[in-house]
Design a binder for this molecule. Sequence first.
Ligand SMILES: *Cc1c(COP(=O)(O)O)cnc(C)c1O
Length: 360
Amino acid sequence: MNNNKVIQWIRSDIRDLAAYHVPQAGDYIKLDAMENPFSWPDSLLDEWLSALRTTPINRYPDPQAQQLTSIIRQDMGVANNIDIVLGNGSDELIQLIITAVTQPGRVVLAPEPTFVMYKLITKLMGMTFQSVPLKDNYDLDEEAMLAAIEKYQPAVVFLAYPNNPTGNLFSDDAIHQILSRSPGLVVIDEAYHAFAKKSYLQQLENYDNLLILRTVSKMGLAGLRLGVLMGDPNWLKEINKVRLPYNINSLTQITASIALQHSDIFKSQTDEICVQRQVLFDALAKMNGIEAYSTQANFILFRLIAGNASGVFESLKSAGILIKNLHGSTPALQDCLRVTVGTASQNQAFLKAMTSIIHR
Ligand SMILES: *Cc1c(COP(=O)(O)O)cnc(C)c1O
């Protein structure tokens, strides 16, 4: 095809973007995407399948997902004066928030390194993204963040809590300062809440510019695409106008409703992942030439001897194990790889491969 029409009509900033790359899963032991490795017990599968039988798939879904929303409200302990908007993954909610504030010249701000979607979506919307480097220990540089907030007056500040891909929780003092000094919204993205036990949900009472973002993806329902945005009704009423009416499909609504009514099952799975996280961390930290960073999420960031990361990543891949190579993405992640915590046997396979790669 002659590319001239594409060049004529597709925005040049979009043509310049690199697409978000997701590797083919293939037959790998998949420890790259923070998925829960466990399947469902038969009793839950049976309940789910019989509910699907009576789901009216010829009808449009409930546009407000009322039943699911009330189950989420109960499960997450959301106060009645807080509103909830659901998204097709929290990725979509990030897009809705940014779309609602978009104006040329306006800024979205986040620390760096962090979740790449904040930057990607900001750019897609034609806004300016500013980042502030984290400190060497990957905590927020409070002074630099506050200076950037003062300088750029960002419409939105995104803070992933715990942060992806570093795994740590930022210090409370810095977060409270950022909340107090930000002129616009501050979104605390608690995608890894199931593994972290700490949350800013209760702080919605104290800060009227705070929004909390959660997802069911990392706790075990990544295939459903369901994110949860919580905050003051005055903000959410406007953000909800940006949402397309049927963004949460019927299968997601019924499946998540059933799953979250059995949240004890997912709680014991995520608790087991936290136990395995410690085992994996201890083993990694003992290996020669590896620095493992302490984590409150279901993944571990680790640094190899300079120049080794991509080679180790490729050798793991040849051994049938897929993790995430972060080397080359940003200076702070030089020589770094990230492994998702899997089942005990997946983790052992990973550790065994690591040991033989490092010692050869
Ligand atoms: C994985 C992740 C998300 C995306 O979650 P989805 O609900 O699957 O779209 C959002 N924020 C952070 C920090 C993540 O790591």
